[in-house]
Design a protein around this ligand. Structure first.
Ligand SMILES: Nc1nc2c(ncn2[C@@H]2O[C@H](COP(=O)(O)OP(=O)(O)OP(=O)(O)O)[C@@H](O)[C@H]2O)c(=O)[nH]1
Ligand SMILES: [Mg+2]
Length: 200
């Protein structure tokens, strides 16, 4: 069994403060595009967000079956806390974590990440000099423990949590071979949302 975790608990400050998760992208809320694409690669979805986002995100995901919410115990603890909350609600051995602001996420690439993760703690793309841990597959238990450890140490970046794990690193060449560089694009600003709309 495979689970998808969509992380959406951020404040969208670079987007101007309105929740980018439910921002309209060519007629469809961005998180709906992410959920629909990811859903085709997994057996069930967990959405992590703040409690006050549940109503608007539920509306955005209307009609999509098998969605569970895992809300932040405390808001604004960063993406590591969001991933931890999401993974705590996952029942499968492996889960794909995808940020809500990656509307071009490619389900075939997610499936490839599940394959690369087999027997390891995960598979994380590295499109440039940095890992992209916000679109990756993790073994649920070790990543959850790594997130909790990072939080205890006051580390707020996902790559701090990932550093503890034995993950396959999917290099740029392999990402390109799968035609998946657009999959990793993330939307931080309204201009980036417009740029993504051009690629749909
Ligand atoms: N649960 C939770 N998720 C977060 C938090 N901060 C960021 N995220 C999520 O992590 C992913 C990447 O974060 P960013 O691109 O920085 O998004 P953001 O924090 O909403 O946007 P900015 O405020 O502009 O940094 C997104 O899916 C966010 O929803 C947080 O404090 N809690
Ligand atoms: Mg942020």
């Amino acid at each position: 069994m495979r689970t998808g975790v969509v992380v959406a608990g951020g404040r969208s400050t670079r987007f101007g403060g309105r929740d980018k998760a439910v921002a309209d992208l060519a007629g469809t809320p961005m998180i709906r595009r992410v959920a629909d694409r990811l859903d085709s690669a997994v057996d069930g979805l967990v959405v992590n967000c703040r409690a006050e986002q549940v109503t608007s995100i539920t509306a955005a995901l209307d009609g999509l079956d098998g969605v569970t919410f895992a809300t932040d115990e405390r808001p604004d603890e960063g993406p590591v806390a969001g991933v931890a909350a999401g993974l705590a609600a996952v029942e499968s051995e492996y889960a794909a974590v995808v940020a809500c602001d990656m509307p071009l996420v490619d389900p075939a690439f997610v499936t490839y990440l599940f394959e690369r993760a087999r027997g390891r703690d995960g598979a994380v793309p590295r499109p440039d000099e940095w890992l992209q841990p916000a679109q990756a597959v993790y073994r649920t238990e070790p990543m959850l423990a790594a997130c909790r450890g990072a939080l205890e140490r006051g580390e707020r970046r996902l790559r701090d949590a990932v550093a503890e794990l034995d993950c396959a690193v999917v290099q740029r060449e392999a990402i390109r071979r799968h035609g998946a560089l657009p999959s990793l694009e993330n939307v931080n600003t309204p201009a980036e949302l417009d740029a993504v709309a051009e690629q749909l």
